[in-house]
Design a binder for this molecule. Sequence first.
Ligand code: HEC
Length: 154
Amino acid sequence: MKKLLFAGLLGTIITAGAAFPTMAQADEASDNAAVENRKMLMDGIGGAMGTLGCYMKGECTLPDPVLANLAKGIAFSAGAAPAAFEPQTPDASVKTTASADIWTNWDDFSGRFPEMQQAALALADAVGDKGAMGAAMGNLGKSCKGCHDEFRTK
Ligand code: HEC
C-alpha cells in the first residue's frame, strides 16, 4: 500500500516535471508572437512615414486622398499600439529593442500614443497644404523620436 502511494506520488512529480518544459516553450512561442506583432505594427507606421517623407521631399507624387489615408493609418496604429505593447515578453528569443522600462513606466509609455494619434490626425487635416504638412510631419516625428529615445534599447 505504501509502495503504491509512493509510486503514485512519484508519477505526479514526474508528470509535473515533464509539463514544465512544455510550458516554457509555450511562453517562448507566445512571447515571440507578441514581439513580432508589435514590430509589424511599428513597421506599418514606419512604412507610412517613409512614404509621406518621399512625398515631402518631392521624390514621389501621390494624390491627396492617399496622403490623408497614410496619416490616418498611423493614427489608427497609434490607437492599437497600447494593446500590442501590453503583454510583457521576458521569454522572447526573437530580436526586440523594447526596453523593460515600458512596463515599469507604463503610464508614461502608453500616454505617448494618444499624443502621437493627435499629431497624425493633424497631419491628415493638413493634406492639401504642403507647408502645413511639413510642420505636422515635424511634430509627428518628434513623438516617434521622443519615445524611441526613452523606451528602445540600441
Ligand atoms: C510610445 C512609444 C513609441 C512611439 C510614439 C513610436 N514608437 Fe516606434 N517603437 C517603439 C518601441 C518600444 C519599439 C521596439 C519594439 C520591439 O522591438 O519590440 C519601436 C520600434 C519601431 C520600429 C522598428 C520595428 C522593428 O521591426 O524592429 C519602427 C520602424 C518604428 N518603431 C517606427 C516608428 C515611427 C515612424 C513612429 C512615429 C510616427 C513611432 N515608431 C512611434 C515605441 C514607439
